[in-house]
Design a protein around this ligand. Structure first.
Ligand code: 4IP
Length: 119
């Protein structure tokens, strides 16, 4: 592959498809990990789903990311359990051996994320 194709390819991969403040549940990668919910600024590009800590007037700090090639499935979550955070429209991103639960503020937002991720 020529360097032009390479640069063009990575520029396209970095192009932002969606971005929004959403809430995520901790993935509990360790047995001792807390089960908590954090507001994060999610950014979806052609190659990556990333989430950042967002503080007004401050630079965003990357908290985590998942390569799209590692995602096994993305689905809306339907549950009767009371959702213990402000956003009430959950979806799940299954990757590696983890499940990332994300909560959108409304049905349209959730639909947008799930459909775009599936694409
Ligand atoms: C952390 O709790 C945050 O919820 C992390 O989320 C989460 O990482 C950690 O889970 C969890 O222990 P504290 O801030 O109270 O330490 P974030 O990275 O958005 O801050 P994930 O993996 O969910 O991003 P573990 O299991 O990854 O440690």
């Amino acid at each position: 592959m020529s360097w032009e194709t390479n640069i063009l390819g990575s520029a396209m991969n970095n192009c932002v498809l969606l971005e929004e403040l959403l809430i995520k549940k901790s993935q509990q990668k360790r047995r001792t990990s807390p089960s908590n919910f954090k507001v994060r600024f999610f950014v979806l590009t052609k190659s990556m789903l990333a989430y950042y800590e967002h503080r007004h007037g401050k630079k965003r700090t990357l908290k985590g990311s998942v390569e799209l090639s590692r995602i096994k499935c993305v689905e809306i979550v339907k549950s009767d359990i009371i959702i213990p955070c402000q956003y009430k429209y959950p979806f799940q991103v299954v990757h590696d051996n983890y499940i990332l639960y994300v909560f959108a503020p409304n049905r349209e937002s959730r639909q947008r994320w799930v459909l775009t991720l599936k694409e």
